[in-house]
Design a protein around this ligand. Structure first.
Ligand SMILES: Cc1ncc(COP(=O)(O)O)c(C=O)c1O
Length: 389
């Protein structure tokens, strides 16, 4: 392997051999470093000719003779939304529509890389705690690799998401409580059975898959970066992944734009990062009694809190909370006006853009990218929509 691992907090280095977890010294997340890889700018044209997120394989943890476990993830549309922008008086706004991934969310990217690496290292049994969509993606990619996965999810997870986990063959166990409680059950199951734990940031490779969000945005804007990115944040792998992507692209000389200002949006019912950011804290306190219909944002105590807060400050971005009502209303508006299937988390990005622009944090000429991280249909029970027909 031509890469090594480095702690995101204390800087200790670690070997990528076997099934790496967190930093042995401080238990914080590990990041992948590729000091020996060269990225000649001429490679940009070649990258454009390939397909899917693995078009960026020279930025990803893959050995030269190796093929990834893939379902064709990535290459999601980056869409201008003129009607939505006019309705909400938003400026230069773009939607990165991650609903178009296999399994209906951006979780496909990280699970493709994590399962590729773990299977290569010999793992044949997995476990994952999930707010929902990571459970669907883990089940699909485990099926693709011919291995098994135990999935712990909160009982309150939308029924359609749970049914997708079962459809892909995930061994689903429902728990009372939130994803933190599912995480404890997953660690106990891993200790008992030897299953590999795919929890957010407890292995280093999901971030690498999420990095392709940032690599793709740069390519789609012809190797420039937007001014602002708004990302609905739970565990934070997408935020961390994009930040890492932009640093690596700038280091390689593939883009020369300033770093985008990265914004986290959370629900007022579970906003540990927003609270810590506003308080000027270096890390977040666990959020008591987390409640939100955006199941992906119901993460009361993310392991990557310190790194996320550092990234939000370093990029001169911020963190904002929006109500469940606002995110649902704007998801509905966006879906009807633009034909994009917004999840509540995607609606949260739109609500955040409206509020940040109102506050003056986003100016009229700022180019902003809002994330629709997953598909709205995964959250709907069709009977409700069809009642009265
Ligand atoms: C649709 C959706 N959006 C956002 C998130 C939060 O993602 P992250 O954990 O990368 O912050 C999730 C996580 O489950 C999700 O499913």
């Amino acid at each position: 392997m031509d890469w090594h691992l480095e702690c995101s907090d204390c800087g200790a280095t670690a070997s990528p051999e076997g099934l790496p977890t967190v930093c042995a010294r401080c238990a914080r997340p590990l990041l992948v470093r590729y000091p020996g890889r060269a990225h000649p700018v001429t490679e940009r044209a070649e990258v454009r000719r390939r397909r899917g997120m693995w078009r960026f394989r020279s930025f990803l943890p893959l050995e030269s003779d190796e093929e990834p476990i893939t379902l064709g993830e990535g290459d999601t549309p980056l869409l201008a939304v003129p009607r939505l922008a006019a309705a909400l008086a938003l400026g230069d706004v773009w939607i990165k529509d991650e609903a178009c991934n296999p399994t209906g969310s951006f979780k496909a990217r990280g699970l493709s890389t994590a399962i590729t690496r773990a299977v290569r290292a010999g793992a044949d049994r997995f476990v994952v705690p999930t707010a929902g969509n990571a459970g669907v993606a883990s089940s699909a990619y485990a099926a693709r690799a011919g291995v098994s996965v135990r999935v712990y999810a909160p009982r309150t997870t939308p029924r359609t998401i749970l049914s997708q986990i079962v459809s892909f063959g995930g061994d689903l166990v429902l728990l009372d409580g939130h994803i933190g409680d599912c995480g404890k059950a997953a660690r106990a199951y891993a200790a008992e059975t030897g299953a590999m734990d795919l929890s957010t940031l407890r292995e280093p490779y999901r971030i690498e898959g999420k990095k392709t969000l940032g690599l793709e945005i740069a390519m789609q804007f012809d190797w420039t970066l937007p001014d602002v990115i708004i990302y609905p944040t739970g565990g934070g792998t997408g935020l961390i992944g994009m930040w890492k992507a932009f640093l690596e692209l700038r280091h390689a000389g593939w883009v020369s734009s300033e770093m985008p200002r990265l914004y986290t949006v959370q629900s007022t019912g579970c906003a540990p990062i927003v609270k810590a950011f506003a308080a000027g804290a270096l890390q977040a306190e666990p959020w008591p009694d987390p409640q939100t219909l955006a199941s992906g944002l119901r993460v009361p105590g993310p392991l990557g809190d310190k790194l996320m807060l550092r990234i939000l400050r370093e990029t001169r971005g911020g963190a904002i909370a929006v109500s469940d009502e606002a995110m649902s209303d704007l998801a509905r508006l966006g879906t009807r006006q633009e034909g994009i299937d917004f999840s509540p988390e995607g609606g949260a990005s739109i609500a955040a853009a409206v509020e940040l622009q109102r506050q003056g944090a986003i100016g009229p000429t700022d180019r902003m990218v809002l994330f629709n991280t997953g598909a709205g249909w995964l959250y709907r029970e069709p009977e409700h929509l069809l009642a009265g027909t």
